[in-house]
Design a protein around this ligand. Structure first.
Ligand SMILES: Cc1cc2nc3c(=O)[nH]c(=O)nc-3n(C[C@H](O)[C@H](O)[C@H](O)COP(=O)(O)OP(=O)(O)OC[C@H]3O[C@@H](n4cnc5c(N)ncnc54)[C@H](O)[C@@H]3O)c2cc1C
Length: 493
């Protein structure tokens, strides 16, 4: 049996950020259990046909000096300028059925561009972006403030994106543009919290960088710092059971038979999977009921493609292809037109010749889950999704299909294996207004020494996961003290 002061389950960005915050406050005897052979969760990369592909780290925002994500990573001693590459000044190209829009960096730039396209709604456009900025600044764990107006913050959390947009705008095309960023967190505008939407929108408006060497570089930076501080990683250690005595986790048992103990246990894995590892007699019924009622975000299908040559795409942009059914019930997806978006971080090292592209697209988990992974039907289903995706792309980028050299496809079952979640979902639980920010699951549990962290407890994204770590580590050392250090850190530099 191995003993630690603090045991962390999973090595996603939230788990490792929590470990680093705890290091900062003198906690060093930390053990991290990871089921995969590599660290990082969605930060990890993989190779296909000799090219590096990302899982879930394509680009990040608020990452210039003095901005929140930069400040946080810098404070955790894992920010290195050379790991990042500036995206294009207009990084996000959105294609709709009959129009398109490219989001640019800078509030004024977008106000100007959209005002030009929709002159009758100029004033509302300005009002909307001012609201986004104000809402984003109201969150103390985003712009790191010790003092804040809880009431204001809750107002922004409880309002939906749809309420705000429908109230301000008339043009269906403009609404479609303003809704399109929901793709970055996978919640329909009718369910998404305006406050949380504003954090995501603000972060990508103020700056935007890609990972020059993939998200795996950041994961390795974390591992190095945590190990230097005295922490220990255990890869290929899949946790399968938590033993409870007197409302405390007394043992954490891995699939390989190894047993761990700690005064505190932080879990960065999907909470539904975690609570399945605890005897049902020990889990509070009301909590289990809440968990059971929470929906999952969309499951996703992936395609790693190598093109014979670049068909004119910028490696410093992301491309999104929308259909009108983007965020409808994923299980209904099979009856509807599928939408793809593809991101190009794997081409950052592209010079010339073969051009790798990664596509991810919504799909129905139940369709894949009903099939044997080795069967022809399973292969055919992946091909069916791929065909729909390609047809949508070909309309915008003629010659795309012709230029495919090689490809490999993945399904939610593949994702379930590498970054487990109940349905191979892209952003974990479905973060509607009842499951986000202050209304989210949060870090506290009814077991004295069990703390939750990760995208499922607060909101998704690398930024969301990292911010959740502040709240989780805060259960041990005090959130206000962390925010104080953080807010003063950039000044001290
Ligand atoms: C296709 C896609 C694209 C994305 N693109 C972006 C992007 O461009 N920018 C951005 O900011 N965000 C993006 N995201 C979201 C972002 O990657 C995630 O929100 C974030 O990485 C989640 O971090 P986490 O720490 O909460 O969890 P995870 O990264 O899921 O980490 C959980 C860890 O726990 C481990 N684990 C699970 N079960 C066990 C077990 N039983 N025992 C031990 N270990 C276990 C897993 O292997 C994993 O390492 C994307 C996501 C997807 C799916």
């Amino acid at each position: 049996m191995k003993e630690f002061d603090i045991l962390i389950i999973g090595s996603g960005i939230s788990s490792m950020a929590a470990a680093r915050i705890l290091n900062k406050f003198g906690h060093s005897k930390i053990g991290i259990l990871e089921q995969h052979s590599v660290p990082g969760g969605f930060l990890h990369c993989f190779k296909r046909f000799g090219h590096r592909f990302e899982t879930g780290a394509h680009y990040i925002g608020s990452i210039n000096r003095g901005e929140p994500f930069h400040q946080l990573l810098n404070y955790l001693d894992v920010y290195h300028e050379e790991d990042y590459i500036d995206m294009d000044d207009a990084p996000d190209d959105h294609y709709f059925e009959d129009h398109e829009y490219t989001f640019s960096l800078g509030y004024e730039e977008n106000i100007k561009k959209l005002g030009h396209l929709f002159p009758l709604e100029k004033e509302s456009i300005r009002e909307y972006f001012e609201m986004v900025e104000k809402a984003a600044h109201s969150f103390p764990t985003y712009y790191f403030k010790k003092d804040y107006d809880q009431q204001k913050m809750l107002e922004y959390i409880d309002k939906t994106v749809e309420e705000v947009v429908e109230n301000l705008f008339k043009s269906p095309k403009l609404k479609e543009i303003l809704y399109s960023n929901s793709i970055l967190y996978g919640v329909a505008p009718k369910d998404a919290s305006f406050g949380f939407h504003s954090i995501v929108q603000d972060s990508y408006i103020i700056s935007s960088k890609g990972f020059r060497f993939g998200g795996e570089r950041l994961a390795r930076r974390f591992v190095q710092k945590i190990e230097e501080a005295g922490g220990e990683f255990f890869f290929n250690h899949k946790v399968q059971e938590l033993v409870i005595e007197n409302k405390e986790i007394t043992k954490v048992i891995c699939q390989n038979g190894e047993i761990f103990q700690a005064k505190k246990v932080i879990s960065g894995i999907h909470p539904k999977l975690l609570f399945d590892m605890i005897s049902k007699n020990d889990v509070r019924k009301s909590f289990q009921k809440r968990l059971d009622q929470i929906k999952e975000s969309n499951s996703f299908f992936g395609a790693c493609i190598v093109l014979k040559e670049n068909p004119g795409l910028s490696p410093l942009k992301n491309y999104y292809f929308h259909s009108s059914s983007d965020f409808d019930d994923p299980e209904e997806k099979k009856k509807q037109k599928c939408f793809p978006f593809f991101l190009t971080s794997s081409q950052r090292d592209y010079k010339e010749g073969k051009f790798p592209v990664l596509i991810t697209s919504n799909c129905a988990f139940s369709e894949f889950n009903a099939l044997d992974k080795k069967s022809q039907d399973y292969k055919d289903l992946k091909e069916k999704y791929f065909k729909e995706v390609l047809e949508a792309i070909e309309k915008r980028i003629p010659g795309f299909i012709e230029s495919i050299d090689r490809y490999t496809l993945s399904s939610p079952l593949t994702n379930q294996r590498y970054v487990p979640s109940p349905t191979g979902s892209s952003y974990g639980i479905y973060h509607d207004t009842s499951c986000t920010g202050a209304r989210g699951l949060g870090p506290r549990t009814h077991f004295h020494n069990l703390i939750l962290t990760g995208q499922n407890t607060l909101f998704p994204g690398l930024l969301g996961g990292s911010i959740s770590a502040i709240k989780s580590a805060g259960q041990i050392i005090g959130t206000k003290d962390i925010l104080k250090q953080l807010s003063e850190y950039e000044v001290m530099e």
